[in-house]
Design a protein around this ligand. Sequence first.
Ligand SMILES: NC(=O)C1=CN([C@@H]2O[C@H](COP(=O)(O)OP(=O)(O)OC[C@H]3O[C@@H](n4cnc5c(N)ncnc54)[C@H](O)[C@@H]3O)[C@@H](O)[C@H]2O)[C@@H](O)CC1
Ligand SMILES: Nc1ncnc2c1ncn2[C@@H]1O[C@H](COP(=O)(O)OP(=O)(O)O)[C@@H](O)[C@H]1O
Ligand SMILES: [K+]
Length: 496
Amino acid sequence: MYALLDPQEMSRADHCAVDAGVPALALMEKAGCAVADVVARRPHATRVLVLCGPGNNGGDGFVAARVLAQRGFRVRVALLGERGRLAGDAAAVAALWRGPVEDATRVDVMAADLIVDALFGAGLARDLDGAARALVERMAASGRPIVAVDLPSGLDGATGLVRGAAAPAVETVTFFRRKPGHLLEPGRSLCGKVRVADIGIPDAVLDLVRPKTAVNAPHLWEALFPVPRRSGHKYDRGHGVVVSGGAWTSGAARLAARGALRAGAGLVTVACPAAALPLHAGSYAAVMARPMERPADLSALLADTRLNTVLLGPGLGVGATTRQLVAIAAPGRRVVLDADALTSFAGAAWSVGDVARQAAALVITPHDGEFARLFHGTPEVLERPGKLARARAAAARLGGIVVLKGPDTVVAAPDGRAAIAENAPAYLATAGAGDVLAGITLGLLAQGMPAYEAAAAAVWVHGEAARAAGPGLVADDLPEALRAVYTRLYEALGME
Ligand SMILES: NC(=O)C1=CN([C@@H]2O[C@H](COP(=O)(O)OP(=O)(O)OC[C@H]3O[C@@H](n4cnc5c(N)ncnc54)[C@H](O)[C@@H]3O)[C@@H](O)[C@H]2O)[C@@H](O)CC1
Ligand SMILES: Nc1ncnc2c1ncn2[C@@H]1O[C@H](COP(=O)(O)OP(=O)(O)O)[C@@H](O)[C@H]1O
Ligand SMILES: [K+]
């Protein structure tokens, strides 16, 4: 349910199923029937136009057309390409369509209540241009509801990016498992409601395909989520340190410290300039504030090895001092770098790689802008197509965990594992929300959770907290809203 398959992996799943004795034609028949079922449930659709492409996506369209016609719908079929060039299963199912096949480049898309987009799916091989692109653009401009087969045509299932053009669908019917492009923007917004149809591919093929991308949900990390033990004490739950900037910019560190405590860290200390001490001390009484006038003060504080995890970045300031603080904090500790700490290494990603090698674990939590600054001059990362590939390449380059934020936050590990979030409501995009996320990550790392799982869990509980807080959310609400999320999680995980 949670695995996401890119087009190559989906094709392997398909082959494994066929090797296991499932006829390929049966897969296509079930796929087309699933599309017909979705169309049949749509309101006010009696005249259906099915636009078929030259490959198997078009084959699914021919099946859907036949099934809908059998159910009494007024169905027209239009093909992009020559009928004689259809091959394999697509040719076989096209032969079962008894009605006329119109030329898709000339078809009147307005003369339909609903359009089935079966032009291209997993086989999209290049940007749409020429007649294909013009057709997709006409479909998009028609204003008619569109049901997409597998993917809106032109959407890249691996990246979520549009190649040339794509028409937004009201519903997308995909098969066996979702693809990364269904979750990654702009793909997610183009797909409408995504339905996953069982077409008879056995789940066991996943053991052979071994996909490395998944939806970020508790199944990924719940076995490692730190649940307080009856016999435990606060030091079992780790001691996180938030390194804060001066008074004027201390809000970010305050939000992070609250996030870390609410995420379950046993203790949280904020290291800050003297002027910010009262602000931190007055934020949560539970936060301990310690003066840090110069970098040496951080060294002195961290001499206590129980302070096992450090967050640097929110409101810290950009420059050499921040780089120095990172160098002091990293050796042997679990480290989260966010915001200003990342911008301080703009164009010097290799330095963050050094940090990762010295640290016991490293998680970075950039948004797109910070990511682009950090990896400026690293084309092997920045020029990868799409957010998922960029986050993966960055994690491999650094040897640390990358949390690339946004509506579709990607968490990536150096070994290639990646998780895509789908639970963040749009109103989570608010000042300071990222600071709370960095703090939650700190809190989970402090409790000893492995870094990839900690980062993924942090992103998920952050999204859930936003939903629990509801519209009108400000970042200050997030740490408080974590309580309801944790109550449910601890219950589900069987806290004594
Ligand atoms: N893999 C599976 O398990 C199953 C796949 N099925 C369907 O098969 C689809 C994949 O089929 P195919 O691999 O045949 O691929 P598609 O049908 O998605 O597209 C391939 C065809 O489009 C052409 N093409 C690709 N990019 C183009 C572009 N930019 N401009 C113009 N022409 C372009 C190719 O030359 C080829 O003819 C899936 O999306 C799904 O709808 C289903 O039938 C069920 C089973
Ligand atoms: N459109 C969106 N929908 C849902 N969540 C979003 C969206 N845009 C951003 N976010 C989330 O909001 C948070 C913003 O973090 P960030 O950009 O660091 O802002 P700040 O620095 O103000 O805290 C991140 O967790 C990010 O994933
Ligand atoms: K399609």
